[in-house]
Design a protein around this ligand. Structure first.
Ligand SMILES: Nc1ncnc2c1ncn2[C@@H]1O[C@H](COP(=O)(O)OP(=O)(O)OP(=O)(O)O)[C@@H](O)[C@H]1O
Ligand SMILES: [Mg+2]
Length: 401
């Protein structure tokens, strides 16, 4: 944040006071205040403040702690071999975000960046080691201190404090400045690390979506091949079995189709998913008609939703095959609703001829029955057959988690 007026230092060192290394009186209070400021900056960094806020806060706090009118955070731009003023206090309008100084060894900031050593210049006008950067000359800066600002792996830039006033920066001051730069460097590193982590997470999600897409496509191919084989089987019983196998694969594929287009890559809406599966089953059991009653959306883990769909697939296909032998256009009802916040009740009902006398699906060795029993068990669900006056009625009480 640029500021047109110089920061008013909280701790002022009057001219003629003992040098800062005499730890008495005001100088001692200054050191204590510097410690407090470093502690505050540390807390600020730990709070995960955004980078701009952190740069601004450091510049302001550093100027205050050193009783200086100017401070700036310089970011190294390797392509230009310059140090850009990213944040600062005390500077005229148009400096922050725009002005830059050379990053070569002949500038104080460049020297600190290249060597990693702190630089104190108490008399810039007499300085033989460096040229005085234009920006400092324009603002009548008399003395400056520069320390390196570490980033993630390579240096981020330089933290510099400047003053127009007489007086001298000493090694205690530079230790404070380096302390502030270290905390800021840690915050920058942390932020860059978080950005990398987020990028990795985003990439992971993109890959997962891609995988779901491919699984969906592959299952569609398998389902279509089984369907083709069923059409060409030349044997009604084999054709029916292939048709059922195709329907099972298709039910699983529908879940991956949802996942591929979902923002959430683990959960899907059970009702929307079942509506598609039942839409496919409707043509498989035609001219029977399948009706879905589901009053509300139900978020469900995709892997569990697949198991529910496979159970429904078996029960609906059975109803289509056996419930209405004399009148093949009967109705099949599927209901799905939440009983409470812990479970979902699924029921598949028809009003056809009912199960053969003495037939017990819980002990049947037929593939369909075995699948329904095994999948229910895997879901931790309770499979029951409430008594009905006509037809069959299977209910499945599925825990949400
Ligand atoms: N809705 C229903 N109405 C009448 N009879 C049914 C119904 N559902 C199942 N049955 C009877 O239960 C039997 C067992 O069904 P199950 O699904 O276990 O085997 P299947 O459908 O004969 O063969 P598959 O193993 O290919 O599914 C069926 O053969 C049928 O006689
Ligand atoms: Mg069956």
């Amino acid at each position: 944040m640029a500021s047109s007026s110089p920061v008013k230092p909280v701790v002022e060192i009057a001219p003629g006071e003992p040098p800062n290394d005499d730890l008495s009186g005001r100088a001692l209070r200054l050191r204590i205040r510097q410690q407090e400021l470093l502690a505050e900056l540390g807390v600020f960094a730990l709070q995960g403040t955004n980078l701009v806020g952190m740069l601004d806060h450091t510049a302001r706090m550093t100027a205050e702690g050193l009783g200086a009118e100017y401070c700036k955070v310089l970011e190294f731009i390797p392509a230009e071999n310059r140090l850009l003023v990213r944040a600062g206090v005390g500077w005229d309008e148009g400096v922050v975000g725009k002005a830059s100084v050379g990053a070569d060894l002949a500038s104080p900031a460049g020297y600190a960046l290249r060597t990693g050593k702190p630089v104190i210049s108490n008399h810039l006008e007499n300085e033989k080691r460096f040229r005085t950067p234009e920006l400092l000359a324009e603002h009548g800066i008399h003395r400056a201190m520069n320390v390196i600002l570490q980033g993630d792996g390579s240096p981020f830039g330089v933290l510099e404090v400047d003053s127009k006033s007489e007086g001298e920066f000493n090694e205690h001051d530079v230790a404070f400045l380096q302390g502030a730069a270290n905390i800021l460097g840690m915050a920058i590193e942390q932020r860059q690390y978080q950005l990398k982590l987020q990028a990795a997470l985003d990439r992971h999600q993109v890959l997962l979506k891609e995988v779901n897409h491919r699984v969906k496509n592959s299952l569609q191919v398998v389902s279509s091949m089984l369907q083709l084989q069923s059409n060409n089987a030349g044997n009604p019983e084999l054709s029916e079995q292939l048709q059922e196998a195709s329907s099972r694969v298709n039910a699983v594929g529908r879940a991956y189709e949802r996942l591929a287009y979902n923002a959430d890559y683990e959960n899907i809406d059970l009702v929307d998913y079942l509506r598609e599966v039942i839409g496919d089953l409707d043509s498989a059991v035609a001219p029977c008609k399948v009706h879905l009653e589901a009053p509300e959306k139900i978020q469900f883990a995709a892997d569990r939703a697949i198991l529910v769909a496979l159970v429904i697939n078996e029960l609906v296909l059975n109803a289509g095959k056996y419930a209405y032998p004399g009148c093949p256009d009967g109705d099949i009802w599927v209901r799905v609703f939440r009983t409470d916040d812990k479970a979902v009740l699924v029921s598949v009902r028809d009003d056809g001829v009912g199960l053969p006398a003495g037939f017990d699906p819980s002990t049947s060795k037929r593939l369909g029955s075995r699948l329904v029993n095994a999948l229910s068990k895997q879901l931790g669900a309770e499979l029951t057959r409430p008594s009905v006056t006509r037809g069959t009625n299977f209910t499945l009480l599925v825990p949400l988690h």
